[in-house]
Every structure is written in structure tokens, then in C-alpha cells.
Write a protein that binds this ligand. Structure first.
Ligand code: ADP
Ligand code: MG
Ligand code: MG
Length: 908
């Protein structure tokens, strides 16, 4: 890109920011890591000086293939300023300034982009570093680390080659840990590493410090588009065009001996939310050593004995950060010869249960208000808490115990590599992925598995962090288990678990069991079911937190929440879960089972009399269903949809029937009924039933069908009224495309209702409305509202007809390809397509209300229970959403979140 055409230059855009220039709200520009480093710097915390190259620079690089023209000079200016501050130059031979080059996008993407430490070391400056530190070993250790990290992440050399060389060096000296290698051995290792680089990368390890830095910066930019990063973004629905920032940070050293070290910490337990000292510390170590499991870490609490001054300071800083961020923070720190340095902080990931508990704890501490508490949790987390758990009373054989890293109960066959996990899960097997520890290459396997089990690593290990992010059950660091990935088995106390053996893991307790452990419902579900009370003395902490958050949500939400339920049992559960009515009662279920035969009679009727007889037989059965339903939902609205599916769905399968008839014929055994049925099946056969004779079309061409249903509803309502009940039935006509269809059905229905009122002497107030599930209905909503007292958006069919997708066909055949290609980030059947389907909904709402200001508006497609869609429906002004009973709590919560404005939080 030529300089004068660069729009950034024209606008005087700046690409590099000193840590003193940013703040935590600049995540779009500086990435999460950079924004928080700046925030800590400005809080006066001990952060090693440095600067951040913005995501804007990365975007230019990714778009044009080259860094913006102004970047080099800007970096030089900031580097010079940094050198001045530190009193030494990058890579200076006698006293080198060293830096780390660290990626950091807006959203943290675990394991995606590796940091390179110790940049600036070379064959010359390694000597200077040794002299300055008075420690040869330290200098050569730092240098070998640089070549290793640089070789792997920047030059793309297979990291195992370095690992193997390191192992060999340890073996040669018969030691097991890297700290036992002395300066001379490390120096030899450096030579070995340089040879590996030369052989594998086809170039020498760069000796020019600035070249090292520039190459590393470009490698960070490039890493935005690795396959793994793209997969993670798709999974997490992170846009692909954000780009990453790059942080250049002056080095501090945790590998300067036993009075140095590196650690990670949480301000609260990310699994329970309890306050306390949570973290790991490793003496004489650098960077990732603490989470890589190369040596055994000590609990953070032990730091008090090791270095009381640094420990006290750290505790104070953690308190400062929590109060400042008003949330659980996670922290990376390093101690260099007794001096504490803060290297990273961010609002920490947490389990679903902890999210609820922390939100209420912070309200109690006066740090956040109710509206903000609602922003700290989400429907997906609530859904996760509603998962079943292992039965504590079951007879189990415990194999071992690890760290409870991500909750849930997972059962599956043991597999020991990601490839097998994917292969087996594709053929429908449930698998548990068992590894010594995971790395980013295991991502696909982790996605495929029911749960993840590792024998090494703590709560901050790759497996733990990624599993929590995915909401997947994970037990990590189960040290008793000896995992042998080569022989595909694990041994524990003489017990051998082979590939394919069933294991059960409990991510809430860390326990690992042999065989399949039965599961029981979650306490949160027990609470919603009313079998457990939040006020009880022994009520579980989580249940109390959920109870309070739900009360916040119910207090704030404008949207009402109804259930899709077809029978009294589901209706009663929905009511317990907080449903304020039924938004969709499908009547087709009422035509199945033993009643199917009656429907057959209806379809096969040759004369009016036969048809009427069939309907007459169906009427009392339908009526009884409605009486039960209205009783269960007494006082609350119940929307009954008249018959929707094509009639052939009630007839036998065409092939089966053909065979039966053919066999009978060959035996000369004529079955008149089967023959007639077969004719009917042929007559009713449709090329595309989704767009055929169904919905209102049935009501218009099959005399008496809809009126029978209306009569059943009306008579049931009258009966309930006579019993002093309060039935609130609403009659809903499906698949209307034009107001004329609705007018005809409406007129007939009104006659029937009037007749029932006359004969029973009961006054009925039955609302009549329609579904909006065809594009034409949405486009002519203004006209349709003249004949409808309510609209219920059928977003399943509306999505099918707007996109021209037949759901069953597309989901199975090409949706994965569409998702992979990023055509949409999530299936439009899961989350409403706001730009297309959503636009029709929005316009139809406006047009409908223009005709009839008191038009009642709701949605009854599955989107009614989807968190993101609920926010959309709130925004376009619907009155209610309706979803399956189990998703009602999620919809209530999300409706409350949508209605309460955030006071500026760090949460996505
Ligand atoms: P990640 O995004 O994977 O957390 P980081 O950029 O935080 O990567 O760096 C990886 C490791 O290196 C962390 O343990 C971090 O604390 C450490 N680290 C990064 N920069 C420095 C530095 N300037 N001095 C010392 N350690 C550093
Ligand atoms: Mg980090
Ligand atoms: Mg429909």
C-alpha cells in the first residue's frame, strides 16, 4: 500500500500506544491483554514498561499483506522511549534490554497464539546478560528458551524437536528437571537448538535483535488466521475481522534462582466463587512453566512462607483489582529476586455455578447492583446448571480423583487421542478424551468428546480453560492415573483401563469412575420443580443464588414467557418453571395413538355422513384434552393451534402399505380398507409436504375439521366456566398467507362459538388470531391484523420459507459446510437471523400494530428459548416469547437481562 493512499496516514491514525496511554475500555483497539496492562499501569501497579501495537495495524496487515507504512517508525519511536526508560538498548551487547512479544486480541483465545520471551538475546548479548545478572546459568537458560519459543512460533519449527533435545540433555546428566542443567549444558543445548533451527527453518536464528522483534510481531499478526484460531472463533462466535494487538513488554525474570518465580492466581475460586487464595506458584521458572506441568507447582498459599513480602503485596494487589474491576480477576505474575511484577490480569473465566454465586456475592458486597448482576450471568450458564448430575448413592468404583475443572457429569468410552475421539463420536459413540495434558491440537477432539480427563495440569491448564469455555465437563490433573497414549490405556493402582472401556467423570467433584454411573437431576431443576426451596435452612448455595438472580430478572423483564405444551402434564411443569401461559398447544398430538383410526375414517369418508360421524367421534376426545389443559393453566392464556400438519402424516407409510396390499393380493386376500387407504395415501402424497395441503388450507378444504376443533375448545371453555374456572383460550390459525383465508375461518369459528354460547348459556371470550410464518403473511401483516386479535410468529417455518430451506434436509446435508465457511456463525434455526427473518418480524410488528394498536404479539418458534433471540424479540417489542417448558427459566433470565441496562461491564 503506497503511503499517500493509506487512509490511516491521511487520518493521522496512531498504531502504537505506550502502556501509560491505554485503559481497560480500549479492548477493541488494544486487545484484552494490552488494555488491562495499561489499566494496571495506570493504577500504579508494578507492570514492566512496554507498548501495544493496535488491532488496526493488524487489520491493515491482514488486508494488504503488509504492515501499515507508518508502523515501523512508530515502533522505533516507542522502542527508543522504552530503551531510555530502562537505561539499556534492545539486545545491547554488554547489558541487553530484553522484551516479550505477546499476542492479545479483544477476546482471549486460549492457546492460540504463543508468546515469545527473551527477545533481544544473541550470541553476544547472552554474555552481557550473564555478567549483569552474575549468573551464567540464567543467561543460557534464557537464550535456549528464546531459540525454542522463537523457533517454534515464529519460524514454524516442530516444537517436539526442541523438547526431545532438552530431554536428551537431561537424560545425559541423569536428571529429571530443567533446573538441574548447568550453564555449560545449557550452552551446549543452545548450539543444538540453533542447529535445529538451521536445519528445519532453512535459515540461521536471527542475531539482530530488531529483526527478532519484527519477525515476532508479524508472526503474531499471522497467527490470527491459523486454522485453530479460526475454529475457536467460529465456536465462540467471535467475528473474524477483529484482528489481534501485539504487546511488547520489557522482560522480568522468574528464572533467576529460588528467590524468583512465576505464578498464576484467581481473586476467587473460579469453580465455587468463594473468596480465598487460589493459584499456583513455581520457583525459579519463567512464563508458561507454571501451567505447563513440567515441574510440580506449589499452591499459592505457600508463597507466604517462600517470600512473605511479595505475598502480602500480591494479596493487596488482588484486593485492589477485584474492587476496581468489581469482579473475579485472574492474574499472572512473576517475582524477580524478591520484586513482584504483574504481567497480566483479566476478568476471569468461571464455571456456570460460580457465575451465579459471584454475581450475588458482589451484590451483597455492594460492588454491583441487580441490573449489573444480571449481566454477569447468562442463559447458557443457567442451561448448564440444569444438566443432570451423578447419583451420589449409586454403587460406584472410583478410579481416582483430579481437579474439578469444568462441571457436569460425563459418561463415555475411553479414548486416548483426538483422532479416535472424532472418529468414534462421528459414528455415534460417546467418548471421554483422556490425555496426559491437552494442547491446542486437541481442540477438535475436545469438541467431539463428552468430557475431558487429564492426568496433569491444574485449574489453569489448557484442558481446564478450554473445557470451561466450551461448557464441557473436565477433570484435570488426576495424578494417580498413569496415561499411556501410545498403548492407548491408563493404569491406576494396578487397574488397567483400555481404549473403549466406559468411564464416568464428574467435573464438579473431580472424581473419576470406572463404568457408567447413573445420573440424577440437578438441584437447580429440583428447585424449579418446587421440590427444593431456596429459603430452606439446608438450601444449597447455588440454588439460593439462582433464586435471587431469577427474582432480579423477573422484576426487570417486560417480555412475558409462555410455554409450548400440548398436554396437562407439560403445562403443569411449565407453570412450575414460571410460564405465564401456553403460547403454542399443538393439536396434532391429539390425533395420534388410538385416535389415528378415527382420523383415517375422516380421511377415507366418501359421504358427508361418514365424515360427520368421524368428526363426531373425535369431538369429545378433543374436548376432554382441552378441559384438562385449561384446568392446568387456569387463569392463564392458552393458545390452541388448529390442525397444522398434512393429513398423510396420520396415514400409514406408503411403502409399508403397498407391500401389505401386494402381499394380500398375492394371497387373493382382499382387504377393502387397506385398498382404500392405499388410494388415499396416493391421493394425498405430496412432492413437498411442507408447502402443500396443511395449516389453514386443511381447514378450508376439509369441511367440518376446524369447526369441530373450535367447538371442542368452546365447549371445554364453557365447561370450565361452569365449574367456576377461569379458562383463557386463544384460537390460532396456522400457515395463513392472506387475510381472506383467515376471514373465512374466522366467520365459521364465530358461528360455532355463538352456537356453543347459546346452547350452554355461558358467555365465552375467545380470542382468534393467527401465526405469522409465511413471508406473505409478514408482508401483508397490516391487512391480516384486521382479522386477527393476535399474531404469533412461527419462526421455525418462517425461517424455512424465508431462506428456502427445508430444515430436515439442509441441517443434515450442508449446514456444517455453511458453518465452516462462515456463511453464518450459527444456524438460523437456533438463533434468529436478524437481518432477514428478523426484519420481516420487525416490519410485521409495526404493520400489525398500525392496524390494531392492541394486537397481542408473541413468538412460538424454538427461537423463543434461545438467549440471543430473546434479546431480539424484546427489542422489537413483542409481548411474549413461548418455548419448551425446560427452557422457560433461560427465557425468563434472558428477558430480564434484555430489559436491564448494563452499567458497563467487562462481560461479553
Ligand atoms: P498468554 O496469552 O498465553 O497468557 P502471555 O503473553 O501472557 O501469553 O505470556 C506467556 C507467559 O509469559 C505468561 O506466563 C506470562 O506471564 C509470561 N510473560 C509474558 N511477558 C513477560 C515478560 N515481559 N516478562 C516475564 N514474563 C513474561
Ligand atoms: Mg498470559
Ligand atoms: Mg409452523
Amino acid at each position: 500500500m503506497s503511503e499517500n493512499k493509506d487512509p490511516h496516514v491521511a487520518q493521522g491514525v496512531k498504531f502504537v500506544f505506550d502502556f501509560t496511554e491505554g485503559n481497560k475500555d480500549l479492548k477493541d483497539l488494544l486487545g484484552g491483554k494490552g488494555a488491562n496492562l495499561a489499566e494496571m499501569t495506570n493504577l500504579g501497579l508494578p507492570v514492566p514498561p512496554g507498548f501495544t501495537i493496535s488491532t488496526e495495524a493488524c487489520k491493515v496487515y491482514l488486508d494488504s499483506g503488509d504492515e501499515p507504512a507508518a508502523l515501523r517508525d512508530e515502533v522505533s519511536a516507542h522502542l527508543t522511549a522504552l530503551e531510555k526508560k530502562m537505561g539499556k538498548k534492545l539486545g545491547q551487547a554488554d547489558d541487553p534490554l530484553l522484551v516479550s512479544v505477546r499476542s492479545g486480541a479483544k477476546f482471549s483465545m486460549p492457546g492460540m497464539m504463543d508468546t515469545v520471551l527473551n527477545i533481544g538475546l544473541s550470541d553476544k548479548s547472552v554474555q552481557g546478560l550473564a555478567k549483569q545478572a552474575g549468573d551464567d546459568r540464567f543467561a543460557w537458560d534464557s537464550y535456549r528458551r528464546l531459540i525454542q519459543m522463537f523457533g517454534k512460533t515464529v519460524l514454524g519449527v516442530d516444537g517436539e524437536l526442541f523438547e526431545d533435545a532438552l530431554e536428551k540433555a537431561k537424560d545425559a546428566k541423569k536428571v529429571t528437571v530443567d533446573t538441574d542443567l548447568d550453564a555449560a549444558e545449557l550452552k551446549k543445548l543452545v548450539t543444538r537448538f540453533k542447529k535445529i533451527v538451521k536445519a528445519e527453518a532453512g535459515r540461521d536464528f536471527p542475531q539482530d535483535p530488531r529483526e527478532q522483534m519484527d519477525l515476532a510481531i508479524h508472526a503474531v499478526f499471522d497467527s490470527w488466521n491459523t486454522e485453530r484460531a479460526k475454529l475457536y472463533r467460529r465456536q465462540e462466535r467471535i467475528p473474524h475481522d477483529l484482528g489481534t494487538a501485539v504487546n511488547v513488554c520489557s522482560m522480568v525474570f522468574g528464572n533467576l534462582g529460588p528467590d524468583s518465580g512465576t505464578g498464576v492466581a484467581f481473586t476467587r475460586d473460579p469453580a465455587s466463587g468463594h473468596q480465598g487464595v487460589y493459584g499456583d506458584y513455581l520457583q525459579n521458572a519463567q512464563g508458561e512453566d507454571v501451567v505447563a506441568g513440567i515441574r510440580n507447582t506449589v499452591p499459592l498459599a505457600d508463597l507466604e512462607q517462600i517470600d512473605k513480602k511479595s505475598y502480602d503485596q500480591l494479596m493487596q494487589i488482588m484486593e485492589t483489582l477485584e474492587t476496581h474491576y468489581k469482579d473475579l480477576c485472574d492474574i499472572e505474575f512473576t517475582i524477580e529476586r524478591g520484586q513482584l511484577w504483574m504481567l497480566q490480569t483479566r476478568v476471569g473465566k468461571r464455571t456456570a455455578g460460580a457465575a451465579f454465586r459471584i454475581a450475588t456475592q458482589l451484590v451483597d458486597q455492594g460492588l454491583i447492583d441487580e441490573a449489573e448482576a444480571l449481566q454477569r450471568v447468562n442463559g447458557a450458564q443457567l442451561a448448564q446448571l440444569m444438566f443432570p448430575r451423578f447419583d451420589e448413592d449409586a454403587k460406584v468404583e472410583q478410579l481416582g480423583r483430579g481437579i474439578a475443572a469444568s462441571p457436569g457429569a460425563a459418561v463415555g468410552k475411553a479414548v486416548f487421542d483426538s483422532y479416535t475421539a472424532i472418529k468414534w463420536s462421528r459414528s455415534g459413540e460417546k467418548v471421554i478424551l483422556i490425555r496426559r495434558e491437552t494442547n491446542p491440537d486437541d481442540l477438535d477432539g475436545m469438541i467431539a468428546a463428552e468430557g475431558i480427563l487429564t492426568s496433569r495440569g491444574g485449574k489453569t491448564s489448557h484442558a481446564a480453560v478450554v473445557a470451561r469455555g466450551m461448557g464441557k465437563t473436565c477433570v484435570c490433573g488426576a495424578e494417580d492415573l498413569e496415561v499411556d497414549t501410545k498403548r492407548r490405556r491408563l493404569t491406576v493402582n494396578g487397574h488397567v483401563v483400555e481404549e473403549g472401556d466406559v468411564v464416568s467423570i464428574d467435573g464438579s467433584t473431580g472424581k473419576v469412575y470406572l463404568g457408567e454411573v447413573p445420573v440424577v437431576p440437578s438441584p437447580v431443576v429440583e428447585y424449579f420443580e418446587g421440590r427444593m426451596h431456596a429459603g430452606a435452612d439446608d438450601a444449597d448455595e447455588l440454588v439460593q443464588a439462582v433464586h435471587r438472580i431469577m427474582a432480579f430478572a423477573d422484576g426487570k423483564r417486560r417480555l412475558r414467557v409462555r410455554a409450548n405444551a400440548d398436554n396437562a402434564e407439560d403445562a403443569l411443569r411449565a407453570r412450575r418453571f414460571g410460564a405465564q401461559g401456553i403460547g403454542l398447544c399443538r393439536t396434532e398430538h391429539m390425533f395420534l395413538g388410538e385416535r389415528r383410526e378415527l382420523v383415517e375414517h375422516l380421511i377415507l369418508a366418501d359421504t358427508e355422513e361418514e365424515r360427520e360421524n368421524a368428526l363426531k367421534e373425535l369431538l369429545p376426545l378433543q374436548k376432554r384434552d382441552f378441559v384438562e389443559l385449561f384446568e392446568a393453566m387456569d387463569g392463564l392464556p392458552v393458545t390452541v393451534r388448529l390442525l397444522d400438519p398434512p393429513l398423510h402424516e396420520f396415514l400409514p407409510d406408503i411403502t409399508e402399505l403397498s407391500v401389505r396390499v401386494a402381499l394380500a393380493e398375492s394371497r387373493k386376500d382382499h382387504n377393502e380398507n387397506d385398498l382404500r387407504l392405499l388410494q388415499a395415501v396416493h391421493r394425498l402424497h405430496e412432492q413437498n409436504p411442507m408447502l402443500g395441503l396443511r395449516g389453514v388450507r386443511l381447514g378450508l378444504v376439509i369441511p367440518g375439521l376446524f369447526t369441530m376443533q373450535v367447538r371442542a375448545i368452546a365447549e371445554a371453555a364453557a365447561e370450565r366456566k361452569e365449574a367456576k374456572g377461569d379458562p383463557r383460550a386463544e384460537i390460532m390459525i396456522p400457515l395463513v398467507g392472506t387475510v381472506q383465508e383467515l376471514e373465512i375461518v374466522r366467520e365459521e369459528a364465530e358461528q360455532v362459538i355463538a352456537e356453543v354460547e347459546r346452547t350452554t348459556g355461558v358467555h365465552l371470550k375467545l380470542a382468534l388470531g393467527t401465526m405469522i410464518e409465511l413471508p406473505r403473511a409478514a408482508l401483508t401483516a397490516g391487512q391480516i391484523a384486521e382479522a386477527a386479535e393476535f399474531f404469533s410468529f412461527g419462526t421455525n417455518d418462517l425461517t424455512q420459507t424465508v431462506w428456502g430451506f427445508s430444515r430436515d434436509d439442509v441441517e443434515a446435508s450442508f449446514f456444517t459446510a455453511y458453518l465452516e465457511k462462515g456463511i453464518f456463525g450459527v444456524s438460523p434455526f437456533e438463533t434468529i437471523d436478524k437481518d432477514g427473518v428478523g426484519k420481516l418480524v420487525r416490519d410485521a410488528v409495526a404493520a400489525g400494530r398500525a392496524t390494531r394498536p392492541d394486537l397481542k404479539l408473541g413468538v412460538c418458534g424454538e427461537h423463543g428459548g434461545d438467549p440471543e433471540s430473546v434479546h431480539f424479540f424484546h427489542e422489537v417489542g413483542l409481548d411474549y416469547v413461548s418455548c419448551s417448558p425446560f427452557r422457560i427459566p433461560v427465557a425468563r433470565l434472558e428477558a430480564g437481562r434484555a430489559a436491564s441496562t448494563s452499567t458497563g461491564s467487562d462481560h461479553r
